[in-house]
Design a protein around this ligand. Structure first.
Ligand code: ZN
Length: 440
């Protein structure tokens, strides 16, 4: 199976791989005779051909009757493999970091099966450069979507603000704006849009009135709305009522049941002992998230081991996060996978997203298919790109990961990557990297 898997290689692909900047794709590619897990949550379909034209899924047909492969420019032998949609990490931070390092990280992330990322704040001058380079084919990277941050004055003493807003007074960069009752919200949202952001991220130090003003204008100007699950003093219920599309960090939901505080620096140390996962306040929040179609981005990994935080509440907090994530999934709240990082080579050659979705199964009790949805369909919906990405069906962008084992049986099989196809182009072939099954 390893040899001659790629039967033909179009000249345009060779030119691309030689480093020539081009948007020319092979006119057609067929993934031949594969088991399809299309990301919609339905039953896997054995023995299908995925027909790709001009970077999009054109058709999905039974392999036995398919004549498409004979005429295709490129055939990828999918026999014995499992096709899933390209994975989406809906919570990354690309900046600040040295650009060359970040470009290498993005390439490894793509080779590790992640074909789109959602950056939830940073220096968007850098992020938008990377996004443009990814579109142009100057770098091999996932598709990059990103959010501009808004917060109250108390946040703008954070050292991260200074480093991501160089050249501006803290609070005045269009991608990290300070909001007060005096803020001209129409202009502020327009400035955020001017960065190329497709979303606003509400971070901290915002009261319910400020949340509502930002949300109303953001929605008017066509932006998605993402928030930390509590932004102090505004609580989860205030954010849900204002129409957020996604709440990040399940742990912060605890503040729905805690005495109000305006001190956002205490955000990770809520009263987990006295507001149990089944507290009526938490249940009400989850039910209203379902009713308003607000997705939950739990970020288990970053709290469990990514941050290395060993504060006094860490133990009880981890159990709390797992239990509330499990209950949210039971209630029907869309769960969206995100790492709050992206890749951490010191611990793992593959993107952290594989670890996050494993935790969603092993710690939070989701099924493997639910965990896959969180990193495909649900993630695309949270970003607002569900019409083009997140599932494998005709008309969607051909972001496809071919695995050597079934992820519906064991979620850890998302690590067994044979091919990665992004926008109809084979960007990673494990056989080319010495069969090591590791990203290059
Ligand atoms: Zn984050």
């Amino acid at each position: 199976m390893l040899a001659a898997t790629i039967a033909a290689l179009a000249g345009s692909v060779a030119a691309h791989q030689a480093g020539v900047r081009t948007t020319v794709l092979p006119t057609s590619l067929v993934v031949r005779d594969v088991m399809l897990i299309d990301g919609s949550g339905g039953t896997p379909r054995p023995h299908v051909d995925i027909v790709v034209r001009n970077g999009k899924v054109d058709d999905i047909v039974p392999a036995a009757s398919s004549q498409e492969a004979a005429a295709a420019d490129l055939v990828v032998n999918g026999r014995g493999l499992f096709a899933i949609p390209g994975l989406i990490d809906a919570h990354v931070h690309l900046s600040p970091a040295p650009l060359t390092e970040r470009i290498a990280d993005l390439r490894r992330t793509l080779n590790g099966g992640v074909t789109a990322v959602f950056d939830l704040a940073g220096d968007l001058r850098e992020t938008s450069d990377l996004a443009r380079m990814a579109i142009a084919g100057d770098i091999q990277a996932p598709a990059i979507y990103y959010a501009a941050l808004m917060a109250g004055p108390a946040f703008f003493t954070d050292p991260r603000v200074v480093s991501s807003s160089l050249g501006f007074q803290p609070g005045e960069a269009p991608w990290a704006q300070q909001v007060t009752p005096e803020t001209d919200m129409v202009r502020a949202v327009a400035a955020a849009r001017g960065t190329g952001a497709t979303a606003l991220k509400l971070y901290a130090a915002l009261d319910p009135a400020a949340v509502r003003r930002i949300a109303d204008e953001g929605r008017k100007q066509g932006l998605r709305l993402v928030a930390h699950a509590t932004v102090f003093p505004a609580k989860p219920s205030d954010l849900i009522a204002a129409g957020m599309n996604m709440l990040a960090h399940v742990a912060y939901l605890v503040w729905e049941g805690s005495p109000p505080t305006a001190d956002f620096t205490r955000r990770a140390t809520g009263d987990f002992a006295h507001v149990p996962p089944n507290a009526p306040e938490i249940e009400r929040v989850l039910v209203s998230m379902l009713a308003r179609n607000v997705s939950l981005n739990p970020t288990l990994w970053i709290f469990e081991q990514g941050s290395g935080a060993q504060d006094e509440v860490a133990g009880v907090r981890t159990a709390w996060m797992n239990a509330v994530t499990r209950r949210a999934a039971e209630v029907g709240v869309p769960i969206v996978a995100g790492t709050d990082d992206m890749i951490d080579l010191a611990r793992d050659p593959l993107p952290i997203l594989h670890r996050e979705i494993e935790l969603l199964v092993s710690a939070a009790g989701l099924t493997p298919i639910q965990a896959l949805l969180s990193a495909t369909k649900n993630a695309a919906a949270a970003i607002g790109v569900q019409k083009t990405r997140g599932t494998l069906e005709p008309g969607k962008v051909a972001d496809i990961v071919l695995l050597e084992a079934n992820p519906a049986e064991d979620i850890r099989n998302t690590r067994k990557i044979r091919f990665v196809i992004k926008e109809g182009r084979v960007v990673f072939d494990a056989a080319e990297s010495g069969g090591a099954r590791q990203p290059r």
